[in-house]
Design a protein around this ligand. Structure first.
Ligand code: ZN
Length: 110
C-alpha cells in the first residue's frame, strides 16, 4: 500500500496515528481546506510532520505536495479535488443507515 493511502486509511478510521494541523506559514487559500499531516508518537505524545503530505479536512483525501527532495508539486490536484470533494461515509455508518431504512420501510413481501 502506498504511504499516502496508508495515511488516508488511518485518518478516515480515526486511529489516532495521524492528525491534521493547519499550516501556519502557507498563505494560499487552498491551505484552509487542506491541512498538514502529522504522525502522533505513542510514547511521548510528540507530533512529527509527515513530509510532504496534506489531507482534505472534509474527506481526509491525502495528497503529496512535495517530493522527497522538497520539489514542489504545486496545488493543482488539491484545487481540482475541492471542486469534486464529497464526504465519504465510512462503511459501518452506511450499513447502519441501510438497516434503519429497512426497518422503517418494510417491503410488502416480508
Ligand atoms: Zn475532500
Amino acid at each position: 500500500m502506498a504511504e499516502s493511502e496508508e495515511i488516508q486509511r488511518h485518518l478516515r478510521e480515526k486511529t489516532g496515528w495521524y492528525i491534521l494541523k493547519a499550516p501556519t506559514n502557507l498563505k494560499s487559500e487552498i491551505w484552509q481546506k487542506f491541512h498538514m499531516v502529522f504522525q502522533k508518537k505513542e510514547n511521548d505524545e510528540s507530533e512529527i510532520p509527515v513530509n510532504y503530505y496534506c489531507a482534505c479536512i472534509k474527506c481526509n483525501k491525502v495528497y503529496q505536495f512535495k517530493d522527497s527532495s522538497g520539489k514542489n508539486f504545486g496545488t493543482k490536484n488539491q484545487q481540482e479535488h475541492i471542486k469534486h470533494c464529497a464526504v465519504v461515509l465510512p462503511k459501518s455508518q452506511l450499513k447502519i443507515q441501510q438497516c434503519l431504512k429497512r426497518k422503517i420501510q418494510p417491503s410488502p413481501q416480508e
